[in-house]
Structure formats: C-alpha cells, structure tokens
Design a protein around this ligand. Structure first.
Ligand code: TYC
Length: 113
C-alpha cells in the first residue's frame, strides 16, 4: 500500500515507520436529560396538584395552575427536565407526598431524545 509522504505538520511517534498519529478529540458526551411527567387522574384535587408544582418544581402559583390545567385537559405534561439523579429525586418526592395524602397522583420520568 502506498503511503502519502510525510509533511512538517504530520505527527509521527518517531520510531521511523512513517505512521501518522491522528489526534482524536476526547469524546465527552453530555449525560442524557430526563423529562419529569405528571399524569392526570379523576380524583387528585386540583389544589393539591398546584401545591405539588409550587413545592417541588419551584413554580409560581400562576405557572403551577396553568400546568395543572394542561395535565387535567391533555392527560399529561412535562413539568421539568433534569439530570437522571434529580429527576429520580423529584419523582420520588411527588409520589411519596401523594401517597402520604392518599391521592392517586402519578409522576414518572422519561429520557429526553
Ligand atoms: N383531574 C383532576 C380533577 O379533576 C385534577 C388533576 C390535575 C389531577 C392534574 C392530576 O396531574 C393531575 N380533580
């Protein structure tokens, strides 16, 4: 096989075999993000959902009310996007809070594409 002649800018390892070292940039892939989803049901009171969104997702009352209505009408809404660990924590906090208050509210997470 014919090798292209080396030029000044080519980097070799100096062992005289004319091999060119191609520097690759280290692949530092960003970790995936996760959507936290709130699901509608027929029993959880609207005010409770609004409170959950204020308490665990830092929304204002107006933002929380708007998102609660979206879930109520459409069945589901993304309430935040987080790292895997933070998303897991939020889901756990919401599920635990709902369970303690005996509401069937469901909160899940899914990987963002
Ligand atoms: N659908 C509920 C009701 O009519 C309200 C509700 C909204 C429940 C959002 C869950 O994630 C939810 N009381």
């Amino acid at each position: 096989m014919l090798l292209k002649p080396l030029t000044m800018s080519d980097k070799t390892d100096g062992d005289g075999d004319s091999s060119i070292l191609v520097e690759t940039r280290p692949k530092t892939k960003r970790p995936p993000l996760y959507k936290v989803l709130l699901l509608n049901d027929d029993y959880t009171p609207m005010e409770f959902v609004v409170h959950v969104l204020e308490r665990f997702f830092g929304m204002t009352h107006a933002q929380a009310f708007e998102i609660m209505l979206t879930v109520h009408k459409k069945g589901v809404a993304v309430v935040g996007v987080f790292s895997h660990e933070i998303a897991e924590t939020k889901v756990g906090q919401v599920m635990d809070f709902a369970r303690r208050h005996q509401h069937p509210l469901q909160c899940t997470m899914e990987k963002e594409e």
